[in-house]
Design a protein around this ligand. Structure first.
Ligand code: ADP
Ligand code: MG
Length: 271
């Protein structure tokens, strides 16, 4: 955390309070059950990957955490604040990068960041200083005055990543932020996020169907068909499944060869 702003003192609640606590959450679209009794935590300071193939329920869960949908079954808490009881306290500790792009292409990068900061009550002077603090050492610093529409898809995504950090949230959700980008841009975004996470000490929930985005020191929650199949450190999940890698552990948990290939069975199960 930089020197500009002190984090709000949730620390009185201690490090033992999870950054995110999902408890018994279910959600249905009509007859279709998208989430079925989902429970897991994102401990403070952790990088937790929510790993699941398309249709697993990742975005539905994010819609519940951000209160786009109401949680009818179960409870969600952010840094100990229940969404159902203290939504304002909970949501102001939250930053989000949605699956769909949400920048204004006619504004400059600096204006996009300032607009978001203003929505969160940061004065312009603070927003400018915060922008420099976050972007120190990043090549995006040189492009602040440019209109968003002049940037590539990967660069736009990186601006959205930076924007999510502007109001110094304690928990940030990322919903498949690298989907549709080329390999080089994907690597840049993952690197930018991990750099900022280290620098700012935030807790992260990173939804993905790409196993290669998971690092050995991450926590992983495997979500499949609306159910949590495993939760823990990479090494623990691999050991539990008696597997050689997180990729093999995923295959044995879900019966899918790879989360990015939909319903392809693992090689050893193919005829
Ligand atoms: P993911 O983000 O992991 O790909 P989603 O949360 O988008 O998964 O979807 C979970 C399930 O819910 C899927 O079966 C999907 O078809 C269904 N679903 C998602 N959004 C809607 C919706 N608005 N109306 C009906 N069904 C939906
Ligand atoms: Mg999704």
């Amino acid at each position: 955390m930089g020197s500009l702003q002190k984090r709000p003192e949730t620390r009185s609640e201690g490090r033992s309070v999870p950054a995110l606590d999902i408890s018994g959450v279910s959600h249905s679209y009509g007859e279709r059950r998208a989430l079925d009794d989902v429970s897991f935590t994102v401990p403070q300071g952790s990088f937790t990957a929510l790993l699941g193939p398309n249709g697993a329920g990742k975005s539905t869960l994010f819609s519940l955490i951000t209160r786009l949908y109401n949680t009818r079954a179960g409870e969600i808490s952010i840094l100990g604040h229940k969404l159902s009881q203290e939504p304002g306290e909970a949501l102001r500790r939250l930053g989000v990068v949605f699956q769909a792009r949400t920048l204004d292409l006619d504004l400059s990068i600096r204006q996009n960041l300032a607009y978001h900061a203003a929505l969160h009550g940061l004065p312009g002077r603070v927003a400018r200083a915060r922008t420099e603090e976050i972007l120190r050492g990043s090549d995006l610093m040189k492009r602040l005055g440019e209109k968003a529409r002049n940037l590539s898809g990967g660069q736009l995504r990186r601006v959205e990543v930076v924007r999510a950090f502007m109001h110094s949230p304690e928990l940030i959700l990322f919903d498949e932020p690298t989907v549709g980008l080329d390999i080089g841009s994907r690597a840049e975004i993952v690197a930018e996020v991990r750099r900022l996470v280290r620098q700012e000490g935030v807790s992260v929930l990173w939804a993905t169907h790409l196993i290669d985005e998971v690092e050995a020191s991450d926590r992983v929650v495997v979500l499949h068909k609306g159910k949590v199949l495993a939760e823990g450190g990479v090494a623990a999940i691999v050991a539990e499944q008696d597997a050689g890698s997180i990729r093999d552990a995923f295959a044995s948990l879900t019966g899918l060869a790879r989360p990015d290939l939909g319903n392809t069975p693992p090689l050893e199960l193919q005829p």
